[in-house]
Ligand binder design. Structure first.
Ligand code: AMP
Length: 398
């Protein structure tokens, strides 16, 4: 068990808090402040416990000095001030005297935010990736600024960066924040200790992106329903004609081996919604043998019914990846249908592993009906693959 906020005494200590303030910003304006709102419980808890709070986050990617102009955390700090109704000191640097003295003179409950951690990826115009490649000196330096490290950024937990692993490895005390704690509890329940029957639904464009997930879930799930572009590689492995559909030729053998070892656990679609090209016009339908001149862009209506039936009685459901090109009006029915079916399951623990499927559920208004929607696409995918997340691994155990 990783240490959580409740396992640490914060009074008068400098808490270095890695948050996820990677919000969308357009023309200097934040277009969605969900991530800032989501960080508030941890920040408020630390205020209550009289910590001196130093917040930092990455914002987008930094590949040049030019990039830095539009990627400052300044707009985020302005929003945070509004939300907390509190003065916050912003240091527009990632290191140096100004930051050090601001921290040294802090009182309990005060907040300092420093600049986008990825500004450290480009120094004097040179791409050095000090943050993203976990430069040893940088992690040590940041750790030296505080007493306790709190990791509350799940979205980067699958990466070993200076602002998570670097600090955690060089500081006396560390714990996870409320957001990360919530993610870990839900993922542990949904993936590691699922109440059976456990049904996994995997979709998305490519088999190659989901090999790890299939490997891991084959050992854990009772059934794996496969949809999306990756289903066509499986159809090909069964000897079907897939027309112009997405196919990874070099994964056909692998798909075949999965089908062999799955012993009936893998359930594939039984029909397909097609178009002559990758475009959003009305679908034609076929079984799993497609005409030569079409590509499959969604699972068909019979497959939606099949998947709905397979979901009945499930006590745990984990979903990652859309069933079709859900961005197109004519090819979103599979994803909508499956999303709705999971959302309406009674008494089941339902988990979405981030990314496109999370976006789809939120867009469709089903967010509240899922037990947990992970906020970290890459991190939750790696968790579903059974991989260790370095940003979490580096945090102390109780
Ligand atoms: P992923 O990031 O791997 O979850 O893949 C998501 C993407 O897969 C979405 O942008 C979908 O449009 C795309 N996708 C899903 N089904 C298909 C399909 N049958 N053909 C092409 N792309 C697809």
């Amino acid at each position: 068990m990783k240490k959580t906020l409740k396992d640490i005494t914060f009074k008068n200590k400098v808490a270095l808090v890695r948050v996820d303030f990677n919000v969308p910003i357009k023309d200097g304006k934040i277009t969605d402040d969900n991530r800032i709102q989501a960080a508030l419980p941890t920040i408020k808890f630390l205020m209550k416990k009289k910590a001196k709070i130093v917040l930092f986050s990455h914002l987008s990617r930094i590949k040049s000095e030019e990039d830095k102009k539009a990627k400052s955390l300044a707009p985020v700090v302005a929003r945070l001030k509004e939300l907390l109704k509190k003065d916050i000191k912003f240091i527009a640097q990632t290191r140096g005297e100004e930051l050090e003295s601001a921290i040294k003179t802090m009182q309990a409950k005060e907040i300092v935010v420093f600049e986008n951690t990825r500004f450290e990826d480009v120094v004097n115009g040179e791409v050095v990736k000090n943050e993203s490649k976990n430069n040893a000196e940088l992690g040590k330096y940041w750790a030296s600024l505080g007493d306790v490290f709190v990791n509350d950024a799940f979205g980067t937990a699958h990466r070993a960066h200076a602002s998570n692993v670097g600090i955690a490895s060089n500081i006396e005390e560390s714990c996870v924040g409320f957001l990360v704690e919530k993610e870990l509890t839900a993922l542990a329940k949904g993936i590691d200790n699922p109440t059976k029957p456990f049904v996994a639904i995997i979709g998305g464009a490519k088999v190659s992106d989901k090999i790890g997930v299939i490997d891991n879930l084959l050992t854990k799930a009772d059934k794996i329903l496969i949809g999306g572009g990756m289903a066509y590689t499986f159809f090909k492995a069964q000897g079907h004609n897939i027309g112009k559909s997405l196919c990874e030729e070099d994964k056909v053998e692998l798909a075949k081996s999965y089908l062999d070892k799955a012993n009936g656990k893998i359930i594939l679609p039984v029909d397909s919604a097609n178009n002559t090209d990758f475009k959003d016009s009305p679908a034609t339908f076929s079984g799993v043998d497609l005409p030569d001149d079409v590509m499959g862009l969604d699972i068909g209506p019979k497959s939606i019914e099949l998947f709905k039936n397979e979901l009945k009685g499930a006590k745990t459901v984990a979903w990652n990846g859309p069933m079709g090109v859900f961005e197109m009006e004519n090819f979103k029915k599979g994803t909508v249908g499956v999303c709705e079916a999971i959302a309406n399951l009674k008494g089941a623990f339902t988990l979405i592993g981030g990314g496109d499927s999370a976006a789809a559920a939120i867009q469709l208004g089903f967010a509240k009906k899922f037990t947990h929607i992970s906020t970290g696409g890459g991190a939750s995918l790696e968790y579903m693959e059974g991989k260790v997340l370095p940003g979490i691994e580096a945090i102390q155990e109780i």
